[in-house]
Write a protein that binds this ligand. Structure first.
Ligand code: MG
Length: 325
């Protein structure tokens, strides 16, 4: 009998996609569903967090609530949208202290407020372990939407911010290293909403998504959606400094930067020559953008490391399978 453990999350999503008959303009497989409402698309996304598989030990209830809202808003950012609001569902045991629930809701509320939106409703149920589900709604002008498909050969691959910060935070928490900046990046991710909206409005972006499950996994998603291949130059990746503090070993550093998720940066493609226009967006948002490779029409996705070309492996985090690093 084939189980979900052998199928993996991405194949499970494809299985669901084959069954449902979606009326949305953009359906399953992108960061949000996009529904035609005239001159705009209504964006809807949902994301779940379960204590057993998705909440690192040491995460405080406030941070759990914050993260739930942040990861949903990150999907709105990925499509270039602006948030309208969220609803959240909380499954929790009867043994949880009341102030635990209060802290979760405080975290949700403050993240929503911080990013210019609010929690508009939800549901609470008794459940055998903590399970949270958020649904975010947003909007984007029709001609500005950023999709996972659309990259052409020669386009440049760009990433926002730094990579490996949340991953370094995970190991810092696990080993009590006290690297507070990267622990904060893991505990309180910041959705790139203003960056996503500015990129969408600029018209520079040919495709994009957010990096929730690691860079390698996101490169493969963009590659699959565009039908193109990607060449990523490892030496150009904006690696967080702290990665070198949690791992001395260069191969482990590489695996963390390429495959560890939870950075919630934007990965996108632009036409060659448009990179100087990104500087305006950096000036307005304070967020750096780095060109990390190019789109090709080759056989497979490639990683260039020290002038050596190797196959890029798709080793990002995938549910129903275990973490690789
Ligand atoms: Mg996403």
């Amino acid at each position: 009998m084939k189980t979900l453990g052998t199928l993996g999350e991405r194949e499970a999503i494809r299985l669901i996609d084959r069954i449902v008959q979606s009326d949305a303009e953009v359906g399953i497989g992108d960061d949000c569903a996009a529904i035609d409402i005239g001159d705009r698309y209504l964006l809807v996304t949902t994301d779940m967090m379960a204590a057993k598989t998705h909440i690192p030990k040491g995460m405080k209830p406030y941070d759990i609530g914050w993260s739930l809202v942040a990861v949903n808003l990150s999907d709105i950012a990925a499509m270039g949208g602006s948030p309208i609001g969220l609803v959240t569902a909380i499954g929790i045991t009867r043994g949880h202290p009341v102030d635990y629930l209060e802290s979760i809701v405080d975290g949700m509320n403050e993240c929503a407020q911080r990013f210019g939106t609010s929690i508009m409703g939800g549901d609470t149920k008794e459940h055998e372990s903590l399970t949270l589900c958020g649904t975010a709604v947003g909007e984007v002008p029709k001609n500005q939407i950023i999709l996972r498909k659309g990259a052409k050969p020669g386009d440049l691959v760009v990433v926002s911010g730094e990579l490996g910060l949340a991953g370094a935070g995970y190991y810092s928490m696990k080993r009590n290293l006290g690297l507070t900046d990267c622990e904060a990046a893991l505990r309180r991710p910041r959705p790139r909403l203003k960056e996503g909206a500015a990129l969408a409005a600029s018209g520079l972006v040919t495709s994009g998504m957010d990096i929730s499950d690691g860079l390698s996994s996101s490169v493969f998603e963009l590659s699959r959606n565009s039908g193109m291949t990607y060449e990523i130059d490892y030496s150009t990746l904006p690696k967080a400094e702290e990665v070198g503090l949690v791992f001395q070993d260069l191969e482990r550093q590489k695996s963390l930067v390429l495959n560890f998720g939870d950075d919630f940066e934007l990965l996108f493609t632009i036409e060659r020559g448009a990179e100087s226009d990104l500087e305006d967006i950096t000036a307005r948002t304070g967020t750096p953008f780095t060109v990390i490779g190019k789109v090709t029409s080759g056989e497979e996705n490639i990683l260039i490391d020290n002038a050596r070309r190797e196959k890029l492996e798709n080793l990002g985090y995938e549910h129903f399978r275990t973490r690789q690093s």
